[in-house]
Ligand binder design. Structure first.
Ligand SMILES: Cc1cc2nc3c(=O)[nH]c(=O)nc-3n(C[C@H](O)[C@H](O)[C@H](O)COP(=O)(O)O)c2cc1C
Length: 301
């Protein structure tokens, strides 16, 4: 009932664990069978291993989180050797989230991932916390378009491009990425934000700004999914502050084919299962036979 298809890949349900909030799934295995998820987006990978940023990395705000992890990850080869075998043993879709600081980093990363069992690449042109994360590519349409075009030329996997809400214009950005060959889009990554320790009279984060996520960004994320759905004709994966099944259904009604759960994993590690079950209950109660029936319904008014 809740199956969805994105770029020819079947997901048993539309709920995907969001990059950077679920690691490679190992820590969540003790709470539930992670193959119950529609999919898992890996921690953001870079060509070479990264230790991440120093100082405070996560900070709670009134209705969300700020993070400056700095893409700590084992590198693409380390992922393939040490993490992928575990993920492969689970029957769920694997999205390899790939960042980079140069075009060549992205291309080399894709070449390595091409030879693996990952189902899709989620091209991350939106990580705000390090220049290696690729946000520089994801702010302006011409640089985004260039990296997507070159990446798409060599990718043997369906390619989802993850957009930044910090892009100059989200609709233009979405359109440019699709024109350049993106098979789908995921949106959104975190917002550039600032927190200050007034007693130290200093920013909380060493990098001064950090990425804001969680319930506070949901209405903005939802508006962006709605707007992007008006201008592109590829599947959209919506995320940003999803905490409940109702939130997830809002994103589907705004045009998303699937959704990702991010910061909510830190509040309740089994939240994705509640969301999957809540979507099923909603469908039963409302007589919705497939998610197609409600997808993008808001755009039709
Ligand atoms: C601690 C943390 C680490 C993150 N790391 C990544 C990452 O490596 N790659 C990426 O594309 N997004 C990363 N994100 C962004 C999330 O995947 C997601 O786009 C964002 O948090 C918005 O969703 P949410 O409000 O449900 O958390 C990270 C977010 C958090 C909170």
């Amino acid at each position: 009932m809740t199956k969805v298809n994105i770029c020819g890949i079947e997901f048993k349900n539309p709920v995907i664990a969001a990059s950077g909030t679920f690691g490679f799934g190992r820590e969540f295995e003790e709470y539930y069978a992670i193959e119950k998820l529609g999919g898992i987006s890996t921690k953001g990978l870079t060509l070479n291993k990264r230790d991440g940023n120093k100082g405070i990395r996560i900070y709670e705000t009134a209705s969300g989180l700020m993070n400056s992890i700095g893409l700590q990850n084992p590198g693409v080869s380390g992922f393939i050797k040490d993490e992928l075998p575990f993920m492969e043993s689970k029957d769920t879709v694997i999205l390899a989230n790939l960042g980079g600081s140069t075009l060549d980093d992205y291309l080399q990363g894709i070449e390595l991932l091409n030879e693996t069992s990952v189902h899709m690449i989620e091209l991350n042109i939106s990580c705000p916390n390090v220049k290696e994360g690729g946000m520089a590519f994801g702010i302006k349409c011409d640089t985004a378009s260039q990296v997507v075009k070159e990446a798409k030329k060599i990718s043997k996997k369906p390619m989802i491009v993850k957009l930044s809400p910090n892009a100059e214009n989200i609709k233009d950005m979405a359109y440019a990425c699709v024109e350049a060959g993106a098979d789908g889009l995921s949106l959104i990554n975190t917002f550039n934000a600032l927190a200050i320790d007034i007693y130290k009279r200093k920013p909380i984060f060493n990098n001064i700004t950090a990425g804001l996520s969680g319930p506070c960004i949901k209405p903005i994320a939802l508006r962006m999914v709605y707007e992007v759905n008006q201008v592109v004709n590829v599947p959209i994966i919506g995320l940003g502050g999803i905490m409940t099944a109702e939130d997830a259904i809002e994103f589907i009604m705004a045009g998303a084919t699937a959704i990702q759960v991010g910061s909510a994993n830190f509040v309740n590690p089994t939240i994705s299962i509640d969301i999957i079950e809540g979507i099923e209950k909603f469908m039963e109660k409302e007589g919705v036979k497939s998610l197609e029936e409600i997808r993008g319904i808001i755009g039709r008014f």
